[in-house]
Design a protein around this ligand. Structure first.
Ligand code: ATP
Ligand code: MG
Ligand code: ZN
Length: 303
């Protein structure tokens, strides 16, 4: 988005260049520019439910250490990762902490002044539809431009949208524009790769694959176990029927794993598929020993 320097010192990019010394320094307008960026019409608020997420407190401290480590490293290297357009792709059944971890990253990005937009995919699509209203503040191209320019875009619940050719085109436009501009994306999805390709199309998934490191989150639905805990006699939380089994056997948390073909069972997954399915796709993806260090892995037969 275009910013006009209120001091007429910079060209609207927040930097003043000293050509003699060949250095750039922050313009006085820079913090305002960033604030304006953040406050611009995109959604950049962490919802109340996730406002206090932190590496040091539950539920993050209850999550698989190998997964948390990868997210933590991303946050520690946030500037480099955002500058390089690298993102994260959280995949797994419902209630396993995907949005929590994505919000944690967005929260850090916002705190360090990186412009960030946070949307569920159904919501972003509804805003795109709104751009066709007569009283729309800006058109669909401008919305896509804004969604492209923001330094970090969190797209929650990819694959949960009702699909149509228009929807596919919009998702492709946003993701492809960010791909070309090398800008980071955080994705959360309930779908495995094959199901996601069916839902949003191969071109879109292919770009996300290149842009993001995949973080698989498997296990029981923590919303469900929390509510069952409240009902159990004596308040004791019942043992989940499916083991907390993340990272998946073979999850190589350091590199995208899509160079291996999907297991046949993966194609059967649906957004509402039971978590037990995720434990059955052993032994895919291939295991990286160090990714599993510090996390105990159980199989369904252990429970
Ligand atoms: N490992 C965990 N331990 C304890 N609570 C957890 C854990 N993972 C998630 N939760 C809790 O479960 C709830 C759902 O978490 P979250 O919204 O991050 O799930 P999600 O994976 O994004 O689910 P969905 O796919 O349905 O969007 C939250 O209340 C969160 O605090
Ligand atoms: Mg979620
Ligand atoms: Zn300026």
């Amino acid at each position: 988005m275009s910013w006009r320097c209120p001091y007429n010192r910079c060209e609207g990019n927040g930097f003043v260049y000293d050509e003699e010394k060949n250095i750039a320094t922050d313009c006085d307008c820079r913090s305002q520019m960033i604030a304006q960026n953040r406050a611009s019409r995109l959604r950049a608020r962490i919802p109340k439910k996730y406002a206090h997420v932190d590496f040091a407190t539950p539920p993050v401290t209850d999550m698989p250490p190998a997964v948390v480590r990868v997210v933590k490293r991303y946050v520690e290297q946030l500037n480099e990762r955002l500058n390089a357009g690298r993102g994260l792709w959280f995949e797994g059944p419902q209630g396993t902490g995907k949005t929590t971890l994505a919000m944690l990253v967005s929260k850090h990005a916002l705190a360090t002044g990186r412009s960030t937009a946070i949307y569920s995919v159904p919501r972003i699509l509804s805003e795109m539809r709104n751009t066709f209203d007569d009283d729309a503040e800006f058109g669909s191209m401008e919305l896509i431009d804004r969604l492209t320019e923001v330094e970090l875009l969190q797209l929650d619940d990819l694959g949960a949208e009702r699909t149509s050719p228009w929807v596919l085109e919009q998702l492709y436009s946003v993701i492809n524009a960010r791909y070309e501009a090398e800008r980071s994306i955080l994705v959360t999805t309930n779908l495995g790769r094959e199901a996601l390709i069916e839902q949003v199309g191969a071109r879109t998934v292919s770009r996300l694959t290149e842009m993001c490191d995949v973080i698989p989150l498997y296990g029981e639905d923590r919303r469900l176990t929390a509510s069952m805990g409240g009902l159990a006699p004596g308040g004791a939380a019942p043992q989940p029927s499916v083991s907390w089994n993340s990272p998946a056997p073979g999850a190589n948390l350091e590199t995208p794993r899509w160079d291996t073909p999907a297991a046949p069972e993966q194609r059967a997954v649906t957004p509402a598929g039971p978590p037990s399915w995720w434990d059955r796709r052993d032994p895919w993806p291939p295991v990286a020993e160090d990714a599993l260090q510090g996390s105990t892995r159980r199989t369904p037969s252990d429970t």
